[in-house]
Write a protein that binds this ligand. Sequence first.
Ligand SMILES: Nc1nc2c(ncn2[C@@H]2O[C@H](COP(=O)(O)OP(=O)(O)OP(=O)(O)O)[C@@H](O)[C@H]2O)c(=O)[nH]1
Ligand SMILES: [Mg+2]
Length: 401
Amino acid sequence: MINKEMKAWNFPRPRAAVITPWGSAGVGVVQVRGAGTKEILQVVFRPARADQAWAAPQIKYGELLDENGEAFDEVLVTCRDCGGFPVAEICCHGGPRPMQKLLLRLKQLGVEQVEPEEAAILPHPTGPAPAIEEELFRALASAPTVCVIETLCAQRQSGGLIDVLTEPEFPASELDLRRLLETWPIAQKMFHPPRLILLGPPNTGKSLLANRLAGRDISIVTDVPGTTRDYVTAPASVAGWPIEIVDTAGLGDAVDLLDAKAQQRTRRETGSAAFGLIVLDASEPFDTRAADFISQLPSIPEFAVVLNKTDLSSAIQPQELPDTLRDKPCYCISARTGEGITALSRGLVHLSGFERLATAGAILFTARQYDLLTAAALHQHDSPIARRFISQCLVGNFSYQ
Ligand SMILES: Nc1nc2c(ncn2[C@@H]2O[C@H](COP(=O)(O)OP(=O)(O)OP(=O)(O)O)[C@@H](O)[C@H]2O)c(=O)[nH]1
Ligand SMILES: [Mg+2]
């Protein structure tokens, strides 16, 4: 419902977005912005001290009010000016209920709810934000891990993508464009995490290792061989990079129909994995189970070997591994104590390709950028048309005119 009072305000309509994750938490933040935001606050928010006008960066403490003027949450509110528009942030108590109630109230007042990605894009002080900055804010809003955030923020700093594309001399050669284009296949993984499959004979510690890498209990761990049946997947941050962990049923001679079916699933999942870890129990000499497993190893694009349980007496050394595994990177770890996990995590960052992003400087982070710079690379690097594609990549729409 948009009332008469609101119609008098200077539209565009105010918009609201929840900018913290849903779920139980200490605090949940709802952003409200656009013309009319301050008037909306006057309706839904009663400050504890009513005598103050809004002055950024002031934080006001007070209550949220429902349609009957009844208080339903105590909140902190900030309101600042951003590119000519007020932007308010209302810090509610955590848990979905107060935020849902606030959003409902805002909807009654004609406030449109938008996705958090949209909330991240604040009006640019000198007109519309250049396309690439808009993309940067959108990407940041969905960045899954700390290294992704750092990599994206670096694109605004010296040596980052914006800096490189705005250099008058860029591209000095076709190679400059090619180098940027080569970052895209890996940069895409920041938003589509590669799958890491844990494979091994039963009872070697795959599930305990999966829990370690994920930083939480995703899989059941017992000393009974054949504990994991259905494979278990979970997003994880490995040394700050996003990787999807896939814990699987142990492979070897199936002991019954259920085990055979579980192993079938393990093999099927291997097909969608970008890379893998072969987890072996270093505390036991190679037995027929391990040999059977290695002889039937499913094919994976890239993998490393993990000798687990180094906290127990070691029966296998890396140099004793069979030929099929000996030329692969090998990590001696204890999933129980955590020993060797840091080195393994670094190895996974290398195997996943993320390592190259950490040192790449400028990278491409959207398909639009990739398409436009590919188009530029199809022309002579310093031709006017190539430069127009590059300028379009920075600022907005391109036309051949
Ligand atoms: N001492 C020691 N025990 C470990 C280690 N890793 C795993 N274990 C133990 O080994 C047993 C099997 O661990 P799981 O993680 O369930 O092994 P799994 O490979 O997932 O087993 P399946 O699902 O049956 O294939 C459990 O008793 C774990 O506590 C380790 O690093 N050190
Ligand atoms: Mg398991």
